[in-house]
Design a protein around this ligand. Sequence first.
Ligand SMILES: Cc1cc2nc3c(=O)[nH]c(=O)nc-3n(C[C@H](O)[C@H](O)[C@H](O)COP(=O)(O)OP(=O)(O)OC[C@H]3O[C@@H](n4cnc5c(N)ncnc54)[C@H](O)[C@@H]3O)c2cc1C
Length: 392
Amino acid sequence: MSDVKSRVVVIGAGPVGLCLSLALAQKDIPVSVVEALGEDNFLEQVPRAGTNHPATLELFDRIGLYAKLEPRGIIAPLFHYWDRHERRRIAEFDHGHLKDDTRFPYVLQCERIKIVEEALKLARAHQLIDVRLSTTFTAFEQGADGVTAHVTNPAGEQEKISGAYLVSGEGARSIVRKDLGIEFEGFTYPDRTLNIEVAYDFRRHGYTERNYISDPEEWSNLFHWKGPPDRWRVHFPTDPDADEDTLCRPEALQARLQRFLPTGKAFDIVGSNLYVVHQRVAQKLNSPIGAMGMNSGVHDAFNLADKLVGILRGELDDDVLDRYERQRRHVAIQHTQAQTIRNKRLLTEKDPAVRQRNHDELRRTAEDPKLARAFLLRTSLIESLREAERIA
Ligand SMILES: Cc1cc2nc3c(=O)[nH]c(=O)nc-3n(C[C@H](O)[C@H](O)[C@H](O)COP(=O)(O)OP(=O)(O)OC[C@H]3O[C@@H](n4cnc5c(N)ncnc54)[C@H](O)[C@@H]3O)c2cc1C
């Protein structure tokens, strides 16, 4: 290909790979996106991320993706913390406090699958993006002035795709990361999370579209998704020793839901699955990978896209990629990881005195407009983007 010297090869058509591809192509950089899934199974992926924070919505808007997602999602300005033990709401946060900080003073509840579906359509419509579905990346080799990806194409043949740069958006199990011997530091929580999707309107019990529910025995998250079918996702922790079949039996799911909210009537369960939560950051961030949250992965993608565009246009030196690493590693550790660990502790705290203190503090924060804004700037990821900009 004649444009090899400016082409970027992106592995993975997840939210990160597709956002990166669109951000590059819209600045005239040709891209090849390699995705193992094919036409037949691309939209059959298990339910995953779905809360898109204000800072992420601004980035989606830059590539024309927000307008496609808004009609498929739920605009949620509010979120709640609940105390399940006492069955009462602890605090309500209103993104309206961010009205002078962002054009999007709300989160958009819109699942990953809708994001990749819409982003894939945009990618396919862009003449500078070559989308290769049913194509599996297996290895790569670095040359003096570029990189070559080895792939298995839909016919089962080996093929090579070359470019100036290769970016891994492979998700948590990255071949690139392993081949480069980059540690994936951190830990994996021993308890898997059980996800149950229910067609039931929890708002009639005072919940809002997004709820974090603290309990010393069984914390939960409760999120609303737009249908069809209109449904709510409830997360529960599970016993690390319990096997999947026992946990996911219909009677076991119903019993859990009844303990969570005793309605006396069977819930209409539309799906369930179990997943593992990692708290890991790649030791060297050379690609926007990792199970550290879709939102921060998308932020990695846009940061990297701006730098690659500058390099490929000859406007920036490639040592600007070191700045990418300094910026995004700082965010991954100081913000994404710290915040998710703090959240989990808050929801699972067992000591009654500490629980009380935590809840009082949340309440105070939500009720004081200045404190609430500071809190929301952090949770909406606006602060982490601003902080990264200040890193040289
Ligand atoms: C159940 C669950 C709930 C979650 N909820 C949230 C949430 O609420 N908020 C949040 O921010 N994050 C959440 N996450 C995390 C979020 O889903 C991931 O961080 C996000 O999907 C990562 O995006 P990605 O594009 O990097 O990778 P992925 O979404 O994993 O996409 C990677 C893509 O690369 C492809 N691929 C992989 N290897 C190859 C290969 N060798 N060759 C070709 N293609 C390949 C895969 O098929 C896939 O399409 C959740 C995760 C799970 C599992």
